[in-house]
Design a protein around this ligand. Structure first.
Ligand code: FES
Ligand code: FES
Length: 184
């Protein structure tokens, strides 16, 4: 299986183009490594083979199935999570490259109340089937933290790595604008 780098959409990468291979330590076949991820504020120790993606670690090892697998090839954004505050496609990130990283998944967005973006997605009817929604939410949180998107067109451009088969794009942008305090 090829190894791809964790792609950070915030850098303006073409969201449809996988990067790789990720440079890093080499491992003998069958080797596994124990490492610690700080997931949604909690240290989690996992033991994984070097080729296991962060997406599969979250879903299969940590039972955090809110993060969705769509294409598994860096083309849909369903797997978007925040790593050290930056949004990435977790299907393209090798878990072993993120020992000690802070990971935020959709399960970690809400505290005692929903995250403002979650509230806005509900208020703006920004989903239908909901499959893309965890990735849209994490990507939108990253987008707002980046502070680069000021207009509707800029939001559309910088959210273009997150596909929605239901076509809820207009309402997703409305929700992001609502949290930004900008007119829709
Ligand atoms: S599942 Fe990762 S981009 Fe589609
Ligand atoms: S709400 Fe169905 S894919 Fe986006």
């Amino acid at each position: 299986m090829p190894e791809y780098s964790g792609r950070v959409q915030a850098d303006g990468d073409d969201p449809a183009t996988p990067k790789g291979p990720e440079s890093g330590p080499s491992f003998p076949p069958g080797d596994e490594r124990s490492l610690t991820l700080l997931v949604n504020g909690t240290p989690r120790v996992v033991t994984v083979s070097p080729w296991v993606s962060l997406l599969d670690t979250l879903r299969e090892h940590l039972d955090l199935t809110g993060t969705k697998k769509g294409c598994d090839h860096g083309q849909c954004g369903a797997c978007t999570v925040l790593v050290n505050g930056r949004r990435i496609n977790s299907c393209l990130a090798l878990t072993v490259m993120h020992d000690g990283s802070e990971i935020t998944t959709v399960e970690g967005l809400a505290a005692d109340t929903l995250h403002p973006l979650q509230e806005a997605f509900i208020a703006c009817d920004a989903f239908q089937c909901g499959y893309c929604t965890p990735g849209q939410l994490c990507s939108a949180v990253g987008l707002l933290q980046e502070g680069r998107a000021q207009t509707r067109d800029e939001i559309k451009e910088l959210m273009s790595g997150n596909l929605c088969r239901c076509g809820a794009y207009t309402n997703i942008v409305d929700a992001i604008l609502k949290v930004k305090g900008s007119p829709a």
